[in-house]
Structures are given as structure tokens and as C-alpha cells.
Design a protein around this ligand. Sequence first.
Ligand SMILES: Nc1nc2c(ncn2[C@@H]2O[C@H](COP(=O)(O)OP(=O)(O)OP(=O)(O)O)[C@@H](O)[C@H]2O)c(=O)[nH]1
Ligand SMILES: [Mg+2]
Length: 274
Amino acid sequence: MVRRCPGAPPICQTPLPSNDERGLLPALRSSAIEAGTWVVLPTYNERDNIGTIVPAIRAALPDAVVLIVDDGSPDGTGAIADGLTAADPLIRVLHRDVKEGLARAYVAGFDVALVAGATCVVQMDADWSHPPSVLPELVGRIEGGAGLALGSRYARGGGTEGWPLTRRIISRGGNLYSQLILWLPYPDLTGGFRAWRAETLRAVRPATIDATGYVFMIELVFRAHRLGAQIAQVPFVFTERRAGASKMSSGIFFEAFRHVLLLRARRILGRDRR
Ligand SMILES: Nc1nc2c(ncn2[C@@H]2O[C@H](COP(=O)(O)OP(=O)(O)OP(=O)(O)O)[C@@H](O)[C@H]2O)c(=O)[nH]1
Ligand SMILES: [Mg+2]
């Protein structure tokens, strides 16, 4: 049995390009059509995390499909992921040849999940920063009617552990900046721990966001808010990655700074891309 999110009226009907056009056919051939919840888990050099995080996700959401999206990790994460699929038909791997950043990996994973028939799509990191124990609550919010359930470090009850002061200031400052410029009532816009109702995710059209870093997360919420989606916040405590290296860079930070301004300018000029 696959966990299902109850149907709700779609926010809008957004036609998708064909599977052929998006080059998804190979991934779909190996993925049986499957409704219910899909957890999209992007990985790049997560060899020391993948073998523990995937079973923890499966334990937290026993009926969900876990889709690992690996961008040809040089450390062999993709091969370890393939090994996990042998023992569990609800674990799938989408192998991509080139590392294109987190946003492109998510877009590819979302596409596979939606085309396969997912009714609820979860996004989370593979490095243990996002606790699998919170997954049932995120998915439960979608089952309860929300279009988007935002895992939030900055809602009451949430937090961060193991970050140096500079990292805390950058994260808090970046979120405050984005919140103020975009007039959004959510204190955690950059986090990547979320559950989506399929109709809402389709409606925000992630593939049309031209950003690679954290600002992809910000624009997804901005678009969902503008569409009038019901957005719930679920507090969680973010912990520093268990193993491996962060892929965050100063380029990602400056991209976010510029892109948030661009989003506001487009909104003022009435040229939003949705
Ligand atoms: N497929 C794919 N996954 C990526 C890519 N970049 C990062 N990831 C994965 O995305 C998740 C988040 O990346 P992190 O490097 O942990 O970035 P972060 O969580 O923002 O930064 P830290 O808090 O410093 O760890 C992890 O599961 C990464 O393995 C990429 O280019 N392709
Ligand atoms: Mg991380």
C-alpha cells in the first residue's frame, strides 16, 4: 500500500511537456507507475550518509517511494544507491551524468515523481540535516489539506544545531532579507525540507526557475504563495551534516541576493514567471 494524499481541487491546470521532450523515458522505464508519496533525495558525494538515511526514510514513511537523484558522484554514491534498490522495490535511482546543482537535480526528480503519479512529493537533503522523524508530520499536513508543508528552522520549536555563528548569521540574514523584499510571512524560505501536494508542485512549474542555489527554494515558496496555495509550517531542528563536505559556495549566496531583487522587480513590473 502506498501512502496517498487525499485529492483536492487543483490550483490550476498547467500542461507539462511530453516525457520524451524532457528525456525522462529511461528513468520512467525503470520506475513502475506509482501513486502516493515520493521522497526526492538529491545526492552528490554522500557515500557515508546514503546507506543510513535511506533506511531511516523508509522506516519513517513505510509506504513512500524514495527517489535518489545522483549526479554521477565521483565517490560512488550512485553505485551504493543501486545496491539499495536490490532489496527494496520502493527505492529508485535517477542517474544523471553531469553535476548541475541542487535545483536541476530537484527539477529532474520532481518530473519523474509527478509523471509516475505521485500525489505528494517530499524534498530533503541526504546528509542527515533534515530529520526523517519529521517526515510523517510534513506528509500529514498535505493529507490535512495543505498545498505545501514547509519544514522550518525559524518557526517556534525549530532551530539549528552545530552551526558556527557566521553560518547562523548568513542563514538568518538571508531569510530575513528575502522575507522583507518578497513580503512573505514565512521565516524559513531557504530550507529544503518540504512536502508538496502534487497539484501545487505542478502549478509552480519548478523547471522554469532559472537559478541553481538556495534561491530556487525561495522562488518555489514565492510562486506557491502567489498562487494562493495553503502553506503550512512544520518546525524542525536542523543539524550539521553527519559526514561528507558541504557544496555551499559564496556564488550561491550572491546568486540569492541578486535573484530575490529580480523577483521583486519582475513582480512590480507585472512580469512574474509562473
Ligand atoms: N544530485 C545533486 N545533489 C546535490 C548537488 N549539490 C548538492 N546536492 C545534494 O543536495 C543536498 C544538500 O547539499 P549540501 O551540500 O548539504 O548543501 P547544504 O545542505 O545547503 O549545505 P550544508 O548545510 O553546508 O551541508 C545534499 O544531499 C547534497 O548531496 C548537485 O549538484 N546534484
Ligand atoms: Mg547539507
